[in-house]
Each structure stands twice: as C-alpha cells, then as structure tokens.
Design a binder for this molecule. Structure first.
Ligand code: DAH
Length: 357
C-alpha cells in the first residue's frame, strides 16, 4: 500500500511539473500507458490467488482512479492557462479612443497669403502667378537694373546651370519680375505692340488700368533667424493714367489696417532707393499698443514706377504712371502671430504648425 501511495504522489508531482499538454501526455504514459507503472502492477496480479486479487485489485484501482483524477485536473488547469494566455494576447481595450483621421490645415504663411489676396481683391486687384526660375531680363534688366548696376549686389542670387540672359538662368530674387510679365500681357491685349522693350513702339492708347498683386516664393543666398534662402514676397502694381504716390499711401495704409485689424496702426513712408521706382520708399508700420508698440517695423518697399520700367512694359511713360510695392508675407505672419524666428515656418514641425488651425 505504501508503494501505491508513493506511485500516486510521484504521478501528482509529474503532472504538476508538466507545463504543456504534450508534456502532460508523456507523464501520463509513465503511469497509465501500456508499460506504465499501474499497468505493470495489473499484469503482476495474474499470479495471485482469488482473495489476494480482490484486495490488491481494489487498491490498484483506487490508485489508478486517483492518478486519472490528478491527470484530468491538470489537463483542465493547463487548458485554463492556455485560454487565459490567449485572452491576454487578444485583449481589446474598448475604452481606448478611436483612431482619427488627422486633420490638416493651411500653413500660417498660406493663411497670410489668402488674407492678402482677399483684401486686395476687394480693392479690385487681380492675382497673378509667375515662374520661380526666371531670366536675367525679367528679374533685373527690365526692372531698370542693367548688368553692371551696383543694385544687383543687393540681391544674393542663386543662378541655375544652362540658362542664358534671356532664357531662365536664376531663381527669382523678388516678385518684381511679375510687374513686367503681367503688364506686357495686359498691354498686348489692347495694342499691337509685339515686343515691348528696347526700340519698340510704346503703347499710348486707351486701356483699363493695370491693378495686380503677385504673391509667391522667392530665393536669396541668405539664412538666419530672420532670413531663409526661400521666402515669400507679394508684389503689387497699379498703373494707369493718373495714379499717384498719394494712391499708394492710401491703398497700402488701408491694406495694413485691414490686415492687422487695427485702425490706429500708423504708417511711415521712409525715403529709400530701388532701381525700378523713383521716388522710392520703404514702408514701416507701428502698432499703437501691444508688445511691439512704439517700434517702427519695416514691411515693404515701394515707389512710383520708374519711366524705364513703364517703357519695358510696352507703355509710353508720358501717358502712363503708377506705383508698385513689394512686401514680405513671412514677416507679416510673424508680426500677426508674434513669431520671432522665421525658420519655424519652414521646419515642418507639426507641433508649431498645428497652433494656427
Ligand atoms: N523687389 C524689392 C525687394 O525685393 C521690393 C520692392 C521695392 C518691390 C519697391 C517694389 C517696389 O515693387 O516698388 O527688395
């Protein structure tokens, strides 16, 4: 009997030590299999007397049942463990927030450009787009900046390979070439002038006024907290028979006050030099209150369009006159939102950009 108790104990130990169903079945074979220990004991009974068989048989049966019970409970335990592991692996937290489609938004500079366009559109300005790879002629020469003119050194130009003086050979350093491009196209609609510019006949007939803004990307070899090799400009041009510096002051003042939603904004037209305007002025603004109050902040260059530029538009400067300006939408965006490093706009950091939505 002691022997049987020992077999039951060792079966229980073996089953407890089995940690997979396969190990458990192997352990079962050691006790209940064809040559398992219980089976061997049964075989040994053949030689016993009838009485001995009865008592011995009952004891072996009891041991066998105990072992089977231990086996079944271990099987159940292993099945439970497996189920739990599976449940853990497939766990689904229904309280997690759903996955959302990321919402995009316009870049702060795009918001500014849209704002500029709608303000000028309300004053009757057309909006024009032009090439960023420009020719020497449109970027400089037609704008009264001949090849050896020192004003060219005001712009640190990116040149591209394979261009020529008249074919695109540089990245435009400003949006001013759009003055010429747009005006030439406009003039052609109302005149027979085929090639505006040097030696060509100039248009002095009737035509609707030229009133346009040209926003877009511009490029210069420059990079620090307030300069980026790629930046934005927005050109403005108004040419007609009777357009004066007074109109420039009115239009630009109205624009700035609308843009910054501040009717007390003060503007200053500070004498300056640009080859394509005469006289020329830089435009500074001053906020009456807020963190920037009291400081003059430069926002644009401007002036009365130079007669040579009017001529390169194909127009007779004796008849046509107007003003132009070029402003920096990046700077306007910085002022409007209180951003002090231009590079933030072009780093593409979503944490910065998402604040403008
Ligand atoms: N193109 C000039 C620049 O990039 C800005 C400018 C000045 C534009 C005067 C104009 C203007 O149209 O009249 O610095």
């Amino acid at each position: 009997m002691i022997e049987l108790t020992a077999i039951i104990d060792s079966a229980q130990d073996a089953f407890a030590g089995a940690i997979t169903p396969a190990e458990l079945e192997n352990a079962k074979a050691l006790f209940l299999g064809k040559s398992g220990r219980i089976t061997e004991l049964m075989k040994g009974m053949a030689a016993l007397s009838v009485d001995e068989k009865k008592s011995r048989g009952a004891a072996i049966n009891f041991a066998k049942q105990s072992i089977e019970a231990a086996l079944n409970s271990r099987r159940q335990a292993l099945a439970d463990l497996e189920l739990q592991a599976q449940l853990r692996a497939e766990a689904l937290d229904v309280t997690l927030p759903g996955r959302q489609r990321g919402q995009g938004g316009l870049h702060p500079v795009s918001l500014t450009l849209e704002r500029i366009e709608s303000i000028f559109a309300s004053m009757g300005f057309d909006v024009a787009q032009g090439p960023e790879i420009e020719s020497d002629w449109f970027n400089f020469t037609a704008l009264n900046t001949p090849e050896d003119h020192p004003a060219r050194s005001m712009h640190d130009t990116f040149y591209v390979e394979g261009g020529s003086k008249t074919a695109p050979n540089l990245l435009r350093t400003h949006t001013s070439p759009m003055q010429i491009r747009y005006a030439v196209k406009h003039v052609k609609k109302y005149s027979n002038v085929v090639n505006a510019g040097e030696g060509q006949s100039l248009f002095s007939g009737e035509m609707p006024e030229i009133r346009v803004i040209a926003p877009g990307r511009t490029y210069r070899v420059d990079s620090d907290a307030t300069h980026s090799p790629m930046f934005h400009q927005c050109e403005g041009l108004w040419v007609g028979e009777n357009v004066s510096f007074k109109d420039l002051k009115f239009v630009f003042t109205d624009f700035c006050r609308t843009f910054f939603e501040n009717d007390d904004l003060v503007l200053r037209f500070r004498p300056s030099f640009f080859p394509f305007t005469e006289p020329s002025a830089e435009i500074d603004i001053q906020f009456p209150s807020g963190p920037l109050a009291g400081r003059w902040l430069e926002v644009a260059g401007s002036g009365q369009v130079h007669p040579n530029v009017i001529r390169n538009m194909g127009l007779d400067p004796e008849k046509y006159i107007g003003f132009a300006f070029g402003m920096g939408p990046d700077r306007l965006t910085m002022l409007r939102y209180g951003v002090n490093d231009l590079r933030l706009f072009f780093d593409g950091d979503i944490r910065f950009l998402s604040q403008f939505q």
